[in-house]
Design a protein around this ligand. Structure first.
Ligand code: HEC
Ligand code: HEC
Ligand code: HEC
Ligand code: HEC
Ligand code: HEC
Length: 470
């Protein structure tokens, strides 16, 4: 080795583009970090996925940059040794590096303050949670239709405070990795399944006080039959929601009351054991018939929370039946088209390989039905039939996501008992205590059914309620 080869580090570094690129990447990463980190630490509630930028992407760029520097130096040295280039003198090398770093700093300031800031701001939006991350498309779509459509995702999904912040970074980073590696489950597990529920005291109860007395609101459920006339009917019931001291809320969430249950499946749809402590000394266990104590002992136990009943407050998916009924009720589907309820139900219940197939076949099937059975209608009401096909497609897209294996009924709603076991997971009259007492199945414990499937219930007239019938 000649003394010539012992080029100082800086001279070699500045004389090869690879090492200069390394310097550029490393400084960009460093600057971005400086800009993102304080923003990130600032909020106690923010987007979990920013974690992936801070903990994965920026460090990856930094390390790539740092790794390129010695590679460039090595290459520069080799070129010098093999006599391919003359060696730059120290002064001009320093000058070159100085100009370069100055330029990079300027560029970085712009990137850091503008691009990074925008990127982080974007990641805090619900659009990012729901749209940029396609695996959450079902929840985002349903959320837009929910009463909570103005409550941000993070309000329910991230616990406030430092521990919630940390937990969300960890799970957000893990989830994003799963998305990048395409290893996420299809359908995504519900939060109940993955047991990643944030305690309701930290989420729901920041906005909804447990102590609120709701009383017994009246609910009107409109349904349509699958006959030629799509016969409409109303069910009227008053729900005993109650408050801290009475009704449904009082029975499970009243002062001092603690209910625990054992779950036989991950989705918590089969609950063979329930225990109540009423805060006044009574402790009672209810067990489903035929459950062995050994298998009970192995099951996980949970304390009942708001989300055990309200598991889909923000992204509830419809059943096929209810989706069609709601559209008929709203006039989005014309109830005067013969057999529309039946046709819609059948067309929507069929399987479609992907969204494109559905987009082609759903409207086509509707048109075919009327062409075959009511050819005259196709000329007089052709536009309505075409529109009905498009409405059905939008109902499909609101609830079915073939690429994520989300379809009708994938995510059951526990609030009720008509569409999935819901309340009857415990209130099936089959969970008995030692004294033979069961968890009640008495219809009137939960609601007063004032009219069931009636065309024009008397009670609505009494209450002065006129239903809009499009
Ligand atoms: C009002 C509270 C609330 C809001 C707001 C909310 N979620 Fe949820 N989310 C829940 C609950 C409760 C569950 C658990 C559902 C279950 O276990 O059945 C859940 C479950 C999920 C799941 C797991 C899969 C599933 O459907 O069960 C995803 C993904 C999800 N939410 C994404 C989102 C996104 C994206 C947003 C914003 C667009 C959002 N959530 C807004 C309460 C909420
Ligand atoms: C950031 C505040 C906030 C949080 C957190 C929140 N909610 Fe709400 N919730 C609201 C608001 C506001 C409404 C009223 C929406 C309306 O009537 O348009 C509402 C409405 C509701 C309703 C009535 C829905 C209906 O059909 O009218 C239920 C039930 C409910 N929330 C349950 C929950 C549960 C369960 C959670 C926790 C998983 C929760 N909320 C978390 C703000 C919140
Ligand atoms: C045992 C099941 C159950 C539990 C647990 C439960 N709820 Fe409810 N809740 C209901 C039912 C049923 C209704 C009535 C639904 C309806 O009116 O269609 C209701 C109604 C509501 C409403 C709407 C009230 C209105 O103005 O009509 C809110 C808000 C609500 N619950 C919040 C909560 C919160 C917060 C918690 C936890 C502290 C909770 N619920 C726990 C079953 C439950
Ligand atoms: C995890 C099991 C479980 C689920 C799910 C459940 N409950 Fe309960 N419920 C209980 C227990 C336990 C009691 C107390 C029974 C007792 O004290 O004898 C109770 C009591 C009640 C009572 C008071 C009954 C009475 O005779 O005073 C009502 C009303 C009620 N539940 C309604 C509901 C509704 C509505 C739902 C669904 C939205 C529901 N429950 C879901 C376990 C459950
Ligand atoms: C443990 C409480 C509970 C018991 C017991 C119960 N229900 Fe319900 N029921 C509910 C809840 C909660 C809903 C849903 C309310 C809503 O729409 O939010 C509901 C809804 C209904 C509806 C409305 C129809 C629809 O399509 O939504 C009918 C009809 C009904 N119940 C009939 C009955 C009958 C009949 C019995 C007795 C065999 C019964 N229920 C027992 C809690 C109960």
């Amino acid at each position: 080795m000649t003394p010539e080869d012992k080029r100082p580090f800086i001279t070699l570094l500045a004389s090869h583009w690879v090492s200069m690129l390394g310097v550029a990447l490393a400084t960009t990463a460093g600057f971005s970090w400086l800009f993102v980190l304080p923003q990130h630490l600032r909020g106690n509630v923010d987007n979990p996925y920013i974690g992936i930028v801070i903990f994965l992407i920026i460090p990856a760029i930094l390390f790539l940059g740092l790794a390129l520097i010695p590679v460039g130096i090595f290459l520069a040295r080799r070129r010098v040794v093999s006599g391919l280039t003359a060696v730059a003198d120290r002064r001009s090398a320093w000058r070159r590096l100085g100009v370069f770093i100055g330029l990079m700093t300027f560029v970085n300031l712009v990137i850091g303050s503008q691009a990074t800031y925008r990127a982080v701001a974007h990641m805090e939006t619900d659009q990012f949670c729901g749209q940029s991350c396609h695996v959450m498309k079902p929840e985002f779509t349903a959320w837009k239709h929910a009463p909570h459509s103005h409550v941000e995702c993070v309000e329910c999904h991230i616990a406030p405070g430092a521990s919630g912040w940390f937990a969300s970074k960890m799970s957000g980073t893990r989830q994003l990795l799963a998305v990048i590696l395409n290893s996420h489950p299809r359908p995504i597990e519900s939060a109940m399944e993955s047991n990643r529920l944030v305690d309701s005291a930290d989420t729901c109860e920041r906005c909804h006080a447990r102590s609120r007395e709701v009383g017994s609101p009246v609910r009107i459920v409109t349904a349509f039959k699958d006959d030629e006339q799509n016969t409409r009917s109303e069910t009227v019931l008053s729900i005993r929601t109650g408050g801290p001291g009475d009704g449904i809320h009082g029975a499970h969430m009243g002062p001092g009351i603690r209910i625990r249950y054992a779950a036989a499946d991950a989705k918590r749809q089969t609950l063979p054991w329930v225990e109540i402590r009423d805060g006044k000394g009574r402790v009672q266990e209810f067990t489903a018939a035929g459950v062995k104590p050994e298998s009970l002992a192995a099951m996980p136990k949970y304390e009942m929370q708001c989300v055990d009943c309200h598991n889909r407050p923000a992204h509830s998916f419809q059943t096929t039946d209810r989706a069609v009924d709601a559209a008929l009720k709203a006039g989005e589907l014309p109830a005067t088209l013969p057999f529309l309820k039946k046709t819609a139900f059948e067309v929507l219940s069929a399987k479609y390989a992907n969204d494109d197939t559905a987009a082609r076949e759903i409207p086509a099937k509707v048109t075919q039905f009327y062409q075959k059975n009511y050819a005259a209608l196709c000329t007089t009401r052709g536009a309505e039939i075409t529109a009905a096909g498009q409405t059905l497609l939008s109902l499909y897209r609101r609830n079915v996501f073939p690429d994520l294996k989300v379809t009708w009924g994938t995510y059951p709603n526990n609030l009720g008992h008509n569409d999935s076991p819901g309340c009857f997971r415990c209130h099936d009259d089959g969970h008995a205590a030692a004294d033979k007492k069961t968890i009640t199945n008495d219809c009137s414990a939960c609601h007063q059914l004032v009219a069931v499937d009636e065309a024009s219930p008397e009670v609505l007239k009494t209450l002065g309620i006129t239903l809009q019938k499009p």
